[in-house]
Design a protein around this ligand. Structure first.
Ligand code: SAH
Length: 206
C-alpha cells in the first residue's frame, strides 16, 4: 500500500527520491485511528485528536520538497500534530525540533515516535514564539495555517535558510517559500493553495 502511495505521489509531481523513500518507509497507519487504517495510504487528510488533522501525504511530500532538507540540518517544525511529518524529516537526516500547542497531541506524538525509534526534540508550547534558545535554524516548516508570517520565526531563520509556511487568514492558505540570503534579505515565492487547520496562539491543555 505504501508503494502505491509513492507511485501516486510521483504521478502528482513529487520528484525528490529521498522524500519518496521516506514516505515509502514510515508506517502512516500508526498515526491514524485503527478503524480507518485501511485508508491510511490514500492521499487524504484525517482527523486526529483535539480537532486537528494529519496532513494529506501529497501536502507532506510537497512541503518537504519545498523545504530542501539536507542531512544534518537543524529543522524547526511548528505543529507536531500526529508526528508523521516529523518522522519524514527525521528520515531525511534532519535534527528536528518540533513544537505542538495541544497537550494531548504533544503527549501522544512523543510516545508514538519513541516507540517507533524516532527521536526528535519535542516541545509543548506556542509555535509563534519559535525556540529562540536553539536558533538559528537552517529550515523552518509550519504545518498549520498562519494569518501572517510570524516575525519571531523569520528572526530564527539562519541566513541562507528556507522557511515553508502556509499563510492566509481564512480556510485557504497560500504556501509561501521564504528564503533569507546571507545578507539577511528576504525573498518570498508563492507555491499554490492549501487547506490547513489554523495556527492558534498560546498553549492549550495542561
Ligand atoms: N504535521 C502534522 C500536521 C498537524 S495539523 C501531522 O503530520 O500530523 C497542525 C498542528 O498544528 C495541529 O496539531 C495544531 O494543534 C498545531 N498548532 C496550531 N497552532 C500552533 C502553534 N501556535 N504552535 C504549535 N502548534 C500549533
Amino acid at each position: 500500500m505504501r508503494k502505491q502511495l509513492v507511485a501516486l505521489l510521483i504521478e502528482k509531481g513529487i520528484r525528490d527520491t529521498s522524500i519518496l523513500q521516506a514516505i515509502g518507509k514510515v508506517p502512516r497507519h500508526f498515526f491514524i485511528d485503527s478503524q480507518l487504517d485501511k485508508f491510511a495510504y490514500q492521499d487524504m487528510a484525517f482527523k486526529i485528536d483535539a480537532g486537528q488533522t494529519i496532513s494529506q501525504p501529497y501536502t507532506v511530500a510537497r512541503q518537504t520538497e519545498l523545504l530542501q532538507v539536507e542531512k544534518g540540518m537543524k529543522v524547526l517544525e511548528i505543529g507536531t500534530g500526529s508526528g508523521y511529518q516529523t518522522c519524514i524529516l527525521v528520515e531525511l537526516g534532519a535534527r528536528v525540533y518540533t513544537i505542538e500547542r495541544q497537550r494531548q497531541l504533544y503527549d501522544k506524538a512523543k510516545i508514538q515516535l519513541s516507540r517507533m525509534n524516532y527521536h526528535p526534540k519535542f516541545y509543548f508550547g506556542d509555535g509563534y514564539a519559535g525556540l529562540p534558545a536553539f536558533a538559528p535554524f537552517d529550515r523552518i516548516l509550519v504545518t498549520c495555517g498562519a494569518p501572517k508570517i510570524p516575525q519571531a520565526l523569520l528572526d530564527q531563520l539562519k541566513p541562507g535558510g528556507i522557511m515553508v509556511i502556509p499563510v492566509g487568514e481564512g480556510e485557504i492558505q497560500i504556501m509561501k517559500v521564504i528564503r533569507k540570503d546571507l545578507q539577511g534579505n528576504i525573498q518570498i515565492n508563492d507555491e499554490g493553495t492549501y487547506r490547513f487547520v489554523p495556527m492558534l496562539k498560546n498553549k492549550s491543555g495542561t
